[in-house]
Design a protein around this ligand. Structure first.
Ligand code: SF4
Length: 280
């Protein structure tokens, strides 16, 4: 009787272990990238493409960037920002009408800017961050840096390109340049502009230092929804600084070539969460 029971328990344990192995290998299969060209091969001479968002990830945490680009660990996917995308899409249509007519958009007149939307045969491609975007090959590192822009305007006085980024939000605080640019949540936005200006310059364009965030603030002070959100739109000028971009690209290349995984960012809440979770 005891023998029979022990055998049954052993069989149960075996089944449990097998199931655990299957479950873990399934998890591992899901957690890593399969597309070879999104994983960096150390010592390779082939140009390797890095998107603006991956470059930003590197700046935030070289460890996460390395795990992703060198080890192929997939970031958890996130749902899109549907309302923000809707505002972007409508603004693009609006600006495209003025681009075609070579006329200033009303916001340009409101801010006394002698601008028109810039008309370039590749403007549509420039706006597609996933399939094309703006890009250049950094010869020193053999990395291709690319990103999708929201819009480019043209300064008729200086004949320079002006990078513009649409931002939809809903805040109870009125949009003011100083507080907007100083907000800890907007530091990445400024970095994004620095990178776009850098890329366009490397593509051979004359680009102004001054860029604009077109901030569309959904007002919450109304008494009811009535199937619409009223927006107040402001331009927030931002003077870019591209001096840090080239040295950072070099640093990123050195990280890609590392044999060991970089240290984590000790201010990252996600890492604290994952670490504590693994201890339960
Ligand atoms: S600290 Fe950890 S979770 Fe946070 S970004 Fe870096 S590796 Fe990822």
């Amino acid at each position: 009787m005891v023998e029979k029971l022990t055998k049954k328990l052993e069989q149960k344990k075996l089944f449990h272990n097998k199931f655990k192995d299957w479950f873990m290998s399934n998890l591992i299969e899901k957690g890593f990238r399969k597309r070879k060209n999104s994983i960096y091969q150390r010592g390779s001479n082939e140009p390797f493409t890095i998107s603006r968002s991956k470059f930003s990830n590197f700046i935030d945490c070289p460890r996460c960037f390395y795990l992703d680009r060198v080890k192929g660990l997939k970031e958890p996917s996130m749902p899109g920002w549907a309302l923000n995308t809707a505002v972007d899409d409508l603004l693009k249509k609006e600006f495209d009408r003025h681009r075609q007519d070579k006329t200033p958009h009303p916001i340009m007149k409101e801010y006394n800017l002698n601008f028109i939307p810039y008309d370039h045969p590749d403007i549509d491609k420039w706006r597609q961050s996933l399939s094309s975007g703006i890009s250049y090959l950094d010869k020193e590192t053999n990395l291709i840096l690319k990103g999708g822009i929201d819009d480019v305007w043209f300064n008729l006085d200086t004949e320079e390109l002006v990078v513009a980024d649409y931002k939809a939000q809903s805040s109870s605080t009125p949009v003011e340049t100083k507080s907007y640019l100083e907000s800890k949540f907007h530091q990445g936005y400024k970095r994004q502009m620095d990178i776009y200006v850098h890329i366009l310059r490397q593509m051979g364009f004359k680009v102004a230092d001054l860029t604009y965030f077109m901030v569309c603030n959904g007002e919450k002070t109304y008494d009811s929804f009535d199937n619409k959100i009223n927006f107040i739109t402001k331009l927030v000028p931002y003077k870019t600084d591209t001096s840090w971009v080239a040295p950072k690209i070099k640093e990123m290349k050195e990280t890609l070539e590392r044999e060991s995984i970089p240290e984590h960012n000790e201010n990252c809440e996600a890492c604290v969460y994952l670490y504590c979770g693994s201890k339960i």
